[in-house]
Design a protein around this ligand. Sequence first.
Ligand code: SAM
Length: 218
Amino acid sequence: MRIDIVSVIPEILKGPFSNSIIKRAINKKIIEIYLHDLRKYGLGKRKKVDDYPYGGGSGMVIRIEPVYRCFHKLFSERNYDEKIFMTPDGNIFSQKYAYEFSCKKNIIILCGRYKGIDQRIRENLISKEISIGPYVLSGGELAAAVVVEAVTRLLPGVLNNPDSMITDTFQIGSIPPPPLYTRPLIYKGLSVPRILLSGHHQKIKDWFYKKSILKKKI
Ligand code: SAM
C-alpha cells in the first residue's frame, strides 16, 4: 500500500512514522509513505500557499493552485483509490474506515491548516472528508497520523501476532477485550484474579467472555 500525505508542515509527521509499528511496516515494505511539502507547489518567490477569504472573515485559506499542482503531479504517476481531506466537519473516522482504507492500493491524504481550504479543492479533488473527532486541531497532520496508524496495523504482516488484532476493541462482530493482567502476581496487595492461574482453559475462556460482555453493557 502507498500513502501520499500533502501538508504545509510535513515535518510534523516524521516522528510518528519513524517509530514502532509504522517504521517496521515501512522497513518490511508493506507500506510506503511519502510526505509532500505543499509549499514546493506554492506561488511566486515566497511559495505562497494561502490567501485571504473572499467575502471577508478571519483566518487564511489554502489556495487551490498548489494543491491542484501537487495532486496532478501525483495523478500523472499512478491512480489513486481515495483522496482524503482531513477536516473536523468530515465523517468521523472509525475502525470501519480503517478497514476500508487498508484494502486500497494508493491513497492521498491532504492536511489542512489555517482557517481551512478553498471549497473548490473539496468539491473537485477530494473523494472523502474525514474527521478524527469532534474537536479542532491546528492542522490535519496529527489527524492523518491517526488514520495511517490505524490502517497500517491492519495490513497483513505488520503485527507479529495477527490474533492480537482480531480480538481488539471495535473489530467487526467482536466484543470488547477482557481485562488484561501480567506479572507480578501481587503488587502492593493488588492481586491477579485466581481463575487466571487455575490452568483450567474452559473456565478461563468463560471468565474472559463474561468480563467482555459486562464491559459491553457499560
Ligand atoms: N475552520 C475549520 C473548522 O472550523 O472546521 C478548522 C480549521 S483547523 C484550524 C485547520 C485544519 O486542521 C483543518 O483544515 C483540518 O485539516 C485539520 N483538522 C482540525 N481538526 C481536525 C479533526 N478533528 N479531524 C481532522 N482534521 C482536523
